[in-house]
Design a protein around this ligand. Structure first.
Ligand code: ADP
Length: 261
């Protein structure tokens, strides 16, 4: 009797060991796939602007350099391409840090009303180019204090508002609102009346490099990383982010933050 029990235990243990090993190998395989896909995406993203810059430089070397007007135009375009490269590399750097959990939060108490206002000030020009009105339905004299990493939340607000401008319609609006929730939380909403997102694309929105319209977005100069950075930052705060959208009607991105006591 004891022998059979022992045998049974042993078999069970061997089975468990085999299951664990299999799981470990599966995990490693998934990780390897993920790494390959990431590298593939990165090189793809870098290729376009790199070839653009090279194209302008080669044309200059080919003789265009002798014409002052043309050379200035081409140098400007090459510089634009480099700016885009820097922007992508910065986003990649940020996403890598966020994904390996290498980015510690610098929590402080600050007035979110003031932060929204300063992001609006920075993006006013960009919005006015598309005649988009930035609206903020808050009383500037009534501060709302939150506990969060101010710099990262500034980035979240910037990414969301920039998107609402990029994917917004001409003469449209972007509205930011802040509302108290129960349990000492606030919810910050960024709403636009732009192109919206279809139900099929909505679930994939926060994936790295995901874009609804590859060519259209590229014209707008995005990296497809903005929303995944936003999601990582909010999740690092142990907060939530939501999106609601309707095609041709508009989108609303919202996230929660902890109110300072
Ligand atoms: P990108 O650099 O392409 O803007 P994001 O990660 O910020 O990358 O956004 C991913 C995609 O989600 C965009 O390419 C766009 O198709 C869609 N998107 C993001 N924000 C909005 C919005 N406010 N309205 C409509 N579509 C949006």
């Amino acid at each position: 009797q004891p022998i059979t029990t022992d045998m049974a235990t042993l078999t069970e243990e061997i089975d468990k060991y085999a299951r664990d090993k299999k799981l470990e190998i599966e995990t490693l395989k998934v990780r390897e796939e993920y790494r390959k896909e990431f590298l593939g995406n990165v090189s793809h993203e870098l290729k376009t602007p790199l070839f653009t810059v090279q194209g302008y430089l080669l044309t200059l070397l080919d003789g265009a350099i002798d014409d002052k007007n043309v050379s200035e135009k081409y140098l400007n375009r090459a510089n634009k391409g480099l700016e885009r490269l820097i922007y992508i590399v910065k986003d990649l750097d940020m996403i890598t840090k966020l994904e390996v959990g290498d980015l510690s939060l610098n929590l402080e108490t600050f007035n979110i009303v003031e932060l929204v206002q300063s992001v609006f000030d920075l993006l006013e020009m960009k919005a006015s180019k598309k005649k988009i009105t930035l609206m903020f339905d808050m009383d500037y004299n009534s501060p709302v204090y939150v506990n969060a990493d101010k710099e990262r939340i500034q980035q979240v607000l910037t990414n969301l508002i920039v998107n609402s401008i990029k994917y917004g319609r001409e003469k449209g609006t972007t509205e930011v609102s802040i509302e108290n929730l129960i349990k000492n939380k606030v919810i910050i909403r960024v709403t636009d009346n732009g192109e919206g997102i279809s139900d099929t694309n909505l679930p994939r929105l926060f994936e790295r490099f995901f874009r609804v319209d590859k060519s259209g977005s590229r014209k707008e100069g995005g990296s497809g990383l903005g929303l995944s950075i936003v999601k990582h930052i909010i999740e690092a705060h142990e907060e939530k982010i939501y999106v609601e959208s309707e095609l041709d009607v508009g989108s609303e991105f919202s996230f929660t933050l902890e109110k300072a006591k």
